[in-house]
Design a protein around this ligand. Structure first.
Ligand SMILES: Nc1ncnc2c1ncn2[C@@H]1O[C@H](COP(=O)(O)OP(=O)(O)OP(=O)(O)O)[C@@H](O)[C@H]1O
Ligand SMILES: [Mg+2]
Length: 263
């Protein structure tokens, strides 16, 4: 089982869209996939379960705050063929009120996931747009890898990336996590514009071979899919959004396989 966080402290860069659609495409390839929605906004909970995040009985907040709650009691099967640990806004006070020196603030998720080692091939974690706090710390402590989604059209895309990588490195050292950057995933790409080309060049210069070759083009079907709480391949399997997430999922799997071989 490999645990991969999708993290960027910036909002609206495509973390949730990437988690949900990558999970759906991996499931289509017969992989057993679990999505953990660590963002109290509950966006991946809504898309994957197609139900109101407040309707779920047990959430990430309950899981991280109640040491006796089994992770199996939080699992929800979804129409996309992946399992989900849902969340909603109630998770936020539950998690932020954990005592400062409590192990649950760091290792809660990691410890609970130990029970599922044999159950899943991939666990994808949708992180909140934050650089610190108990949720992101739990994600980093539990993960083998992180993917950094980055907006291909924004001239501010690279601003603060150094800070984010350093913050993750610090938590890795403090928590003894083995988390490593698997790559930067460029989303909402439009290389038809000069600005899009320049941002793409800057991202390639910065991340070099750590940029995934598969990029996610800007595609209105992705937006429509999100609006109707569907994965893009369910809404339109012929869309560029579906093709892009299929290509990305394939590259993700092969990068992980190469990492495992080289270890
Ligand atoms: N490739 C794309 N083409 C067009 N629209 C996209 C694409 N990827 C994401 N979007 C849209 O951009 C918006 C932000 O995407 P998303 O919610 O995945 O970002 P996020 O990083 O999870 O945001 P937050 O930090 O708020 O959780 C959404 O409205 C989504 O539909
Ligand atoms: Mg999100």
């Amino acid at each position: 089982m490999k645990i991969i966080s999708f993290a960027n402290y910036k909002g609206g860069v495509g973390k949730t869209t990437s988690v949900v659609n990558t999970a759906r495409v991996l499931a289509e390839k017969n992989k057993k996939v679990l999505v953990i929605d660590l963002d109290p906004q509950g966006n991946s909970t809504l898309t994957l379960s197609r139900s109101n995040p407040f309707e779920h009985e047990k959430t990430v907040g309950d899981l991280l705050s109640d040491k006796d709650l089994s992770i199996r009691d939080c699992l929800v099967e979804t129409p996309c063929g992946v399992d989900l640990i849902p969340t909603n806004l109630h998770s936020y006070p539950l998690v932020s009120s954990l005592p400062a020196n409590s192990a649950k603030r760091i290792y809660g998720l990691k410890n609970k996931l130990n029970d599922l080692q044999e159950d899943y091939d991939y666990v994808l974690v949708d992180c909140p747009p934050q650089i610190e706090g108990a949720l992101i710390t739990n994600a980093i402590a539990a993960s083998d890898y992180y993917v950094l989604p980055i907006e291909g059209e924004s001239v501010y895309a690279l601003q603060g990336v150094d800070h984010l990588i350093q913050a993750i490195d610090l938590i890795r050292e403090d928590s003894g996590s083995g988390i490593r950057l698997l790559g930067a995933l460029v989303t909402m790409v439009d290389t038809r514009t000069k600005a899009g080309q320049m941002v793409m060049e800057a991202i390639n210069r910065y991340f070099k071979d750590m940029v995934f070759k598969a990029v996610i083009r800007r595609n209105t079907t992705i937006n429509k899919a999100n609006l109707s709480n569907k994965c893009v391949c369910d809404l339109d399997p012929k869309s560029s959004g579906c093709a892009d997430y299929r290509a990305f999922a394939q590259e993700l799997v092969s990068r992980i396989d190469t990492e495992i071989k080289n270890k």
